[in-house]
Design a protein around this ligand. Sequence first.
Ligand SMILES: Cc1cc2nc3c(=O)[nH]c(=O)nc-3n(C[C@H](O)[C@H](O)[C@H](O)COP(=O)(O)OP(=O)(O)OC[C@H]3O[C@@H](n4cnc5c(N)ncnc54)[C@H](O)[C@@H]3O)c2cc1C
Length: 511
Amino acid sequence: MNDDTTELAEAPLSKRDFLKGAATTLALSTLPLAARQALAAEPWDLVVVGGGSAGLPAAIFAAERGASVLVIEGSHRIGGTLDRSSGQLSAAGTSLQKAKGIVDNPDLHFEDVLRISKNTVNRELVRLAVDNAPDTLHWLLKLGWRPLPEHPVKGSGHEAYSIPRYQWGAEAAMSVYRALEPVVIRLLQQEKITILTQTQVTDLIPGPAGSVAGVTARGADGQKTDFRAAHVAITSGGAGGDPIAFEKLNGAPLYCRMAYPYNRGAGVELGESMGGYIRGKENYLGNDGAVLLDTDYPSPYSAGVLTNPVDRAPWEVFVNVAGKRFVKEGEPSVDVREHAVLNQPKHRYWIVFDQRILDKAPPLLNGWSREQIQAAFGKHHMFFKGESLAALARWAGVDAAGLRASIASYNRNQAKGKDPDFGRTHMPLPVAQAPFYAIRVQAFSILTYGGLAVDDQLRVARKDGPPVPNLFAAGEVLGKGNLSGHAYVGGMSLTPALSFGRMISQKFIDV
Ligand SMILES: Cc1cc2nc3c(=O)[nH]c(=O)nc-3n(C[C@H](O)[C@H](O)[C@H](O)COP(=O)(O)OP(=O)(O)OC[C@H]3O[C@@H](n4cnc5c(N)ncnc54)[C@H](O)[C@@H]3O)c2cc1C
């Protein structure tokens, strides 16, 4: 874990982080050492490590029960990933569904998660998540959160649910944040919650009989303070802010810089220091790809590709580094597309087309005009152009013989209107008229698949003994690979984060 708070306090936030974060979330000033030491003098009922999607509900519900709550937050503000998450929530048996005559229940939700993930999830954790998702949604509704009017839906960005149980607000996850923020402000004003920002939890303090006695945290001034607590909740997110920690927990590189930069895998290390262990890493899966800005890892995101036939039928040909086609372009199953790309070297592929396709097809990149796409060749690192397929292959770094053979075969299939290789039906034009173009697409995950094992009360589990009795964990620190399996199951990150944070304080701690 990188616990150098000076570096973290100065970690460069992107323009997007700054605009979204500074404009919309509650910023709190950091406390000087003497004030932190005063807070350290009192024993807390609950210390929450990280004030984001899981940490805020944990803090709110504990404070509402009369517990003394200290939230220790590494960044300059609360909210964590809620500033950038799409905020898509899934829950079954909700009042929103009933109002639209949709029949659903947590058992059906559970079955659908097993179907989509091909039974690769942690069943105990998913059961806990789907059983408690409706209460979370109803709580958000009570706080003023509202989904888009046409929701719930089955979803199309991830493999679709079989029943509409998927919804989000007009401002994505900021809609969730806006519902939570007034509660946090009220609890701060009532002095029921204390929040310490720009303070990194670096260690857990061992207590008697395998328990924890509190946490050690480092302020922006570099000084460490111990805080004593009856319970500790680790809600510090995944590891998408740190390429090394991310790769350790995913077994794959962090290709894209998009996660909350303060989430650096600290929670897993804290849990491990008490005998906790990691699970879910084997389920790593990237999305089906996007265009990144450059070849650095992690690279900023540049553009989304319209690979889903719901959005756009395919005109181009997709090839891997060997120049070979590997999936049906326009494959309707998101999951099939994602797994096809996962099997390609470095999880990347090239979208190949010619001038006629560029002129005639609807633009391939989300939000980009044809003119913008044309202008990117020669300027953008991921856009390649050649007067022949051989020249294109050289620029793009793709095997030339493989590319020539694949395009020749595709063109023959296109002329016959039949694709015996992949069963593609939409093939409006051959790839035949120079200049030829290729755009490199990278599949990636911004979510962390490996995470801390917990028991059915969300206590950090140990392989060689009982769980740590008063150490809880919720949110992405539990590992996406456990709640979503070897798949992207809609809403199965944010909804469980909110639910489990709530449940730790509502059901599992003694106050
Ligand atoms: C772009 C994007 C889109 C997404 N869309 C969806 C979606 O539509 N649906 C869905 O289900 N999921 C989605 N997710 C995932 C989901 O939003 C996250 O998994 C979830 O919000 C994580 O919640 P968390 O509480 O674990 O982490 P966070 O909300 O990030 O909170 C963690 C907090 O801990 C703090 N912290 C970290 N380390 C320390 C430390 N050592 N000491 C103190 N504080 C620390 C951080 O600063 C942060 O504030 C998306 C994620 C991203 C990035």
